[in-house]
Unconditional design. Structure first.
Ligand code: BTN
Length: 146
């Protein structure tokens, strides 16, 4: 009986809450907005660290704005990587962006690269940095330092 309770507890800890389980734990449901006003919605992080969610771009100078696009990625302790394809029946931008970074001091710090379908040179890859802070509307379920 005791073994079963411990097994259930471990399963719940892995699937419904903190991933790292230490300082700067990454949790599974949260919304994060960057310095350009874009928002990353994390809707799930599996026990293996696989991330699912969506992204709404609001950065000026880019198309595909104000529409949710699908996100997949990974969380590994405080390290995080996620990708979106800018393809949607409402608007497609013929491109993909990937962000890689880490959670520290309440923020997700990332570097991103944007590749356009049909590119023939790495010099055509756009790159930059985005820093995300937790959106207040989902403050109870976020990537928070414990
Ligand atoms: C495109 O214009 O090809 C699609 C939209 C790209 C938006 C980029 S992704 C990196 C940067 N961070 C944002 O929040 N938006 C821009």
């Amino acid at each position: 009986m005791k073994k079963m309770i411990i097994t259930v507890w471990i399963f719940l800890a892995l699937t419904s809450g903190a991933i790292a389980g230490a300082e700067n734990a990454l949790q599974t449901t949260s919304a994060w907005t960057n310095q350009s006003g874009s928002t990353l919605y994390i809707t799930g992080v599996g026990g293996n660290g696989q991330l699912t969610g969506s992204y709404i771009n609001r950065a000026s100078g880019f198309n595909c704005q104000n529409i949710p696009y699908p996100v997949t990625g990974w969380v590994y302790g405080t390290a995080i990587t996620f990708t979106t394809i800018w393809q949607n029946p409402a608007e497609s931008c013929n491109s993909i962006t990937s962000w890689t970074g880490f959670y520290y001091n309440g923020k997700i710090h990332t570097l991103w690269q944007l590749a356009i379908n049909g590119s023939t040179s790495v010099s055509q890859i756009l790159q930059g940095s985005d820093t995300f802070i937790q959106s207040s509307s989902m403050s109870q379920k976020s990537l928070q330092a414990k």
